[in-house]
Every structure is written in structure tokens, then in C-alpha cells.
Design a protein around this ligand. Sequence first.
Ligand SMILES: Nc1nc2c(c(=O)[nH]1)N[C@H]1C(S)=C(S)[C@@H](COP(=O)(O)OP(=O)(O)OC[C@H]3O[C@@H](n4cnc5c(=O)[nH]c(N)nc54)[C@H](O)[C@@H]3O)O[C@H]1N2
Ligand SMILES: Nc1nc2c(c(=O)[nH]1)N[C@H]1C(S)=C(S)[C@@H](COP(=O)(O)OP(=O)(O)OC[C@H]3O[C@@H](n4cnc5c(=O)[nH]c(N)nc54)[C@H](O)[C@@H]3O)O[C@H]1N2
Ligand SMILES: [Mo]
Length: 760
Amino acid sequence: MTGAAFVPSSTHWGTFLARDTESGVQVRPHPADPAPSPLLHNIPAMRDPAVRIARPAVRAGWLRNGPGPSDARGREPFVEVEWPELIELLAGELRRVYAERGPQGVFGGSYGWASAGRFHHAQSQVHRFLNCLGGFVRSVHNYSFGASAVIMPHVVGPDVPVTAGLTDWPVIVEHTELIVAFGGIPRKNTFVASGGITEHAVPGHLRALDAAGVEVIAISPLHEDTPDIRGARWLPVRPASDVALMLALMHVLFAEGLADRGFLQRYCTGADVLEAYVATTPPEWAEPLCEVAADEIRALARRMAARRTLVTVTWSLQRTEHGEQVPWAGLALAAVLGRIGLPGQGFGHGYGSMGDVGIRGAGTRMPRVPQGQNPVAECIPVARVADMLLHPGEPFRFDGRTLTYPDIALVYWAGGNPFHHHQDLNRLRRALGRAETVVVHEPFWTPMAKHADIVVPVTTPLERTDIGAASTDRHIVPMHPITAPYGEARDDFEVFADLARVLGVEEEFTEGRTAREWLVHLYTGWADTTRRKLGIDLPDAEEFFAGDVIALPAQPADRAFLVAFRADPDGRPLRTPSGRIELYSERIAGFGDADCPGHPTWIEPEEWLGSPLAQRYPLHLIAHQPRGQLHSQLDFGPQSARTKVAGRAAITLHPQDAAVRGISDGDVVRVFNDRGACLAGARISDGVRRGVVVLPTGAWYDPLPDGTCANGNPNVLTRDRGTSSLGQGCTGQHALVEVERYPGTPPPVRAYGPPEFTSR
Ligand SMILES: Nc1nc2c(c(=O)[nH]1)N[C@H]1C(S)=C(S)[C@@H](COP(=O)(O)OP(=O)(O)OC[C@H]3O[C@@H](n4cnc5c(=O)[nH]c(N)nc54)[C@H](O)[C@@H]3O)O[C@H]1N2
Ligand SMILES: Nc1nc2c(c(=O)[nH]1)N[C@H]1C(S)=C(S)[C@@H](COP(=O)(O)OP(=O)(O)OC[C@H]3O[C@@H](n4cnc5c(=O)[nH]c(N)nc54)[C@H](O)[C@@H]3O)O[C@H]1N2
Ligand SMILES: [Mo]
């Protein structure tokens, strides 16, 4: 395809134009994008031969000894095989496991972000395929907002989504006077959205906030979470203390007669319980916890009562111990102010977490691959994957129920990187060792691919035709193939279709369609519905796949959170037990889980600067999203490289914390706690609070023989524990650590290369 013209394609961080040339893939922003993502610079690295998987491969020990638990995963060489042999081996193993163990023995949770395309969407494909074989143990919710996804339905009802249904940005710009932003509004995160994003609108909305003179109090341990606008002020807070601060603010509102009792009476239940509780949480109580002066807390509460105020909470805050309490307390704070349901006021969740929060799409359903029916009831909350593998048959609590971990023989992963997303990676390694077989579809030799038994090389979005679409993007993108498939890589779909043929379920899986026929089918179905629904003209499939991005009419951006409920609480009650906002939940209290009581509660974390462990590990690590990439994707790309220090992930330390440890800017340091260690490159900045260090996620796990990650992956340090018995969400955002200068010559980073190969 060399010499071709620029054609559109899409990733989760944006729509772009690209073409293949003698010197590699060239990428340009799409003209429809007013604020293209800097992450586009990473895209050409999708062809980097050093990290691509060229041929199918099987772990030597698995090939020799057959399936079975093994600690050799991730440590043993691979044998490259031909496609027919791979298909035969894999089909044989699937046949064995389904016959001996049934679908309950197969974990197909396979979490991850993979491609933005709607058809070559790895999760949809693997789920559809496994459903054709009889189903699989699935995972529920996500790493992004697992705690919120479970608690918020109890508090505001299941039909008030956590992430959609929130107030549109333009309404905030028009109506809000003060945004009290717990977690700030991190700009770096707003370039990303699931399914892609053609018009990056948040930078423009932030400029509009500036022009409108909106005041933003960015409450965060990190200065960079403060938006770069005139009215913004940084309120540095001790990590993990936000609930204490929220409770103290509520205390002041009640104590000073600023609480909106009329609102609490009419729209909420449990305000009396909450009021009695926050009577015990005055600013003087919160001051030593959050290290914000009591007077400042009082002043902030008064200001919030006097202004048209929006309380927002980033998703990061609930990715911590007792994460459920954060959105619940934030919502309660907005309720005490009486502002919920007024335009530009009330509560928001995830502004600055994702580029599509507070953004309307075209209001049409986007095309998707049907995943079929999964008859298997067994499931796990997604972040309990290592627990599941390590504790088969044992009970665990989840959302008021006691469930049992299934006994998994085969783990099938396509489109995610657990060695990016999971916590306590040394434990994850042990957990994967318990499986009999681990199958991974990947374009790249990621650490997850290196921990597999059967490695299936697949194409990237640059190598195939697809449909880019997201419900919050009013564009639909014909994703053109930019290059030929790399090496012997094949599409996930083709591999599943081959396996389905051998396993006798071809008709169920493919429905008799080739990939091209599926694309035409999905597009045509979508276009027919959309033409009818929106009364617009759309090209036929042939024209669409040969053409450019199509813009659909935008919906009016006039939505505000819970407006209908406020206007008519009796006629439009919430679908909670009381029909109101539950500031006290009898249902949650009735579950009897001590780690998630019946009202928003301060529960001191086990791991934070206030706990005894801080004597040994005195630095609070924040492991947030990387600004140079999406998760672990293209960690070897040029934009990612710009964020690295000394060739590894950069850890930011406060100057005083660095000085007492003799650490200078650019040094290689060792970051450690009782769970593990990693090496990172030191960056010194007073943009972090003292006692806090920041090491973003994303660096490919690169274990030295003792398990130390040479490349700076913070998940060797984080704890593999659920948020609480209720949500069981990911708690990867925080950990206590110590940092020391690395003595001597640091070991090289070997993450971005193939594993060792051997012959059989
Ligand atoms: N400590 C800590 N950990 C965290 C977080 C945190 O805040 N702190 N955040 C969490 C969050 S919110 C998330 S969403 C997760 C993200 O975790 P993941 O979604 O697992 O991370 P990605 O790196 O996006 O993984 C996607 C993988 O899919 C592969 N891929 C791309 N295209 C294709 C394809 O077409 N087919 C196949 N088969 N594979 C493909 C990519 O190469 C990549 O390895 O991380 C979580 N982990
Ligand atoms: N560039 C880029 N953007 C992304 C992603 C990416 O990988 N790269 N991933 C996307 C995904 S899947 C998701 S789910 C979202 C995640 O969105 P979030 O989870 O909201 O994002 P994070 O960057 O993890 O954290 C946001 C900020 O919260 C602050 N914070 C951490 N702990 C505390 C605390 O205890 N108190 C307070 N007040 N603040 C705290 C940190 O300083 C951090 O910068 O991001 C999305 N956007
Ligand atoms: Mo996420």
C-alpha cells in the first residue's frame, strides 16, 4: 500500500489520517479534530518489528508436557509453529477442557481496551466465540469505575448511569460559578474515550470555562490536575483523605444553617442519619486527616453554599480502598447543598477522567458484533481475577451476595494486558501459574503474551478494515487498512473462524459471513436504522468504506444531571428502594458488610500516610494514567518515550523528599515495598505534595530474576485487594512505598523485544 493517499482510521485516542511510505507509516490529525491528541505520534510504532509477534508460538514446556499448572510461564522459551499446527493444538485443548470441565472451567473475562473498531473488537470476538462453544466464566464491571458501578445504582438507581446522563459541558460553562473538583480535571486524560473520539472537545470547553470566569478548586495531591485557566486554584490534599474533607464540608453546611433542608426532605432519604454522623466530623477533625486547615474548610463550605456549585469526583478516587465512599460522599455533599437537578450544579463523576464525559453523541446506537448467549452463571468482579485463580471453590462477597470462585483450567485473553492492568504483579504471576493453559491473542510481545502458553499473533487496526464509532462521538469512521498484516499475523476474527470450523461451530460463529461481509452487514444495519431515526442521507456500504468520516447531526448539549427527577420527584422517582437519593441505604446496611456501611463513612485506609505502615514506607504512591500513551499500548512509541526518564517510567518526587534521599533529577531509583520493587527515573518537582510520589501506569512489566521490574511498572507495588465487599473494584491507584537511589549500574530494560525461542 506504499505511496497511497492519506486515509482515515481511528484509535481510542482519536480519529486520524495515515498512509504507508517507504520510511514507515505517516500519521496526520484528522481535519475534523479541533484538538488532536499528542498520542497520535505513537501510531507509527504499531509496525515496530522489534515488538511485533511474527508467527504463532507455543511455550516449550507446554508443547513438551501438555497442559498443567506451571511456574515456568513467563520464564521459558517459545517454539514457533505453523498456523495449521497452532489451530490444531488450540482446538484440541479447547475440546479437552470443554469436555472435561465444561464452560465453567474456561475464563473468558479477557478485560482490556484493544482496538476502537466495532467489528475487530477483540472482546466481542472472543466472547462470541466462547459462547458458541457453550459459554465461559465472565467478568463484570471494569477497572475504571468498578466501585461506583456497584454503589451508585443503590444510591441513585440502576437507570442513572455512572458515566452517562451527566451534565453536558456547555451547560457547565453557561451556568456554573464554582467547580469543586475532587481529583481535579486532568487534561491529559481527556484525549481518550472508549470507541474513539473524532472531535476532542474538552480542551475547548476548558477555554470556555476560562472565558466565562468559572472558578475551579482542584483538590488533588498533584498540581497538574489543575486546569490551566484563570479561575483555577490548586488545593493540595493528602491522598485518600477526600471523604474526610467532604464530611467536614457537610458538617459546616449543617452547623451554619447552610444545608438545604427542603431539598433533603423532598428528594432524599436518610438525611437525618447523615446529619447525625457529620455532627461528629467537624473541620478540626478533618484537618489532621486531609491536611487542609479547618478555617479553609469552613471558608470553602461557605463559598460553595453562596455560589452555583458543581461537585465533581474523578474516577481515580474510587480506585482505592473503600472507593465506594468517595462518589457517595460527593453526591451527598451536592445534596446537602440542595443543588442536584439544577443546570450546572449538583454532582458529576469523571470530568477529566475521560474525553467523552459530559459530551453528547448523535443519539444513535452504534454498530456492534452480537456476542450471543452465555449460559454460565459464574462470574467475578473483573479485578478479582488473581483471587479466582488462587482460590477456586472459596466464597467471596460481592454486592450483598456470597459467590464462589470457579475452578478455572483455561484462561483465554484477547485484547487486554493484565500485566498492565492488574495489581500486585508478582501475585498475578503466581495466579497464572495455577491455570492449565493460558491463551493470548496479541499483535505485540507484551508481558501478557510472554506469560502465555499459546500465543496467537494478530493484526492491529492499521492492518484491516473496520468501523470506528462510539455512542458519544457523533461521527462514524471508515477505518481503512493502512498497511498489510505484519508477518504471519491474522485478524482475531479469522483465527476464531478457523477454530470454529475445526470445532464444528463455524455456522454459529460466522453466520456464513466473511469479515468483509460482516462489516457490510453491520454498517448497512446501522445505516438503515440511522437514516430512519435521524431522517438523514447516508452512503451505502461500498461508498462508506472507501470514503471519509461521516458527521451526524449533534444532539443539543443541554442535559443536566437528574433534572427530570427534580422537576417531578413523585412522577419521575428514582429506581431506588425509596424512590429518592439514598443518603442512608437500608439495603446496603442490610448487607451487613463492615467495610461498606449504610451511609457515606470515613473508613481509615490500611495503606495511606496516616497508617502505621507509613513508618516503614513513608511515601504515598499515586499510580495514575500515563500522559504519553493509552495504558500499556505503544509504550515503546515516540510520544511515550518523551515522558520517560533514564529510559524508564518517570517517578515524580517533591524536592524535599528527593533531597533527604540524596536523589537528583534524572537518577535511576528503586521504588519498593513488601510486595515488590521496580526501577524508575526520578523527576523532581514541587508540583506534588510532600510525601507523595507519582509513577504512572503503562510501563511494560520487565521482571529481573528477583521479580523487580526494571522498567517502572507501578503494579508490582500496588495491592491486589477489592475496594470493599460491596464493589470489589480495583484499588490500584494508591500504595505506600519507599524510594532509594539505585546504587551502581542499573540493569538494561529488556521489555520491548521477543522472548527466547528454542526448537522442539
Ligand atoms: N495501578 C493502576 N492500575 C490500573 C489503573 C490505575 O489507575 N492504577 N487503571 C486501570 C484502568 S482504568 C484500566 S481501563 C486498565 C487498562 O488495562 P488494559 O485495557 O488491559 O490495557 P491496554 O494496554 O489498553 O491493553 C490492551 C491490549 O490489547 C492489545 N491489542 C490492541 N489491538 C488488539 C487487537 O486488535 N486484538 C488483540 N487481540 N489485541 C489487541 C494491545 O496490544 C494491548 O496489549 O488498567 C487498570 N490498571
Ligand atoms: N492519556 C491517557 N488518558 C487516559 C488513559 C490513559 O491510559 N492515558 N486511560 C483512560 C481510562 S481507561 C480511564 S478509566 C480514565 C481514568 O481516569 P482517572 O481515574 O480519573 O485518572 P487518573 O489519571 O488515574 O487519576 C486522575 C487524578 O486523580 C488524582 N488523585 C489520585 N489519588 C487521589 C486522591 O486520593 N485524592 C485526590 N483528590 N486526587 C487524587 C491524581 O493526581 C490523578 O492525576 O483515564 C482515561 N484517559
Ligand atoms: Mo479505565
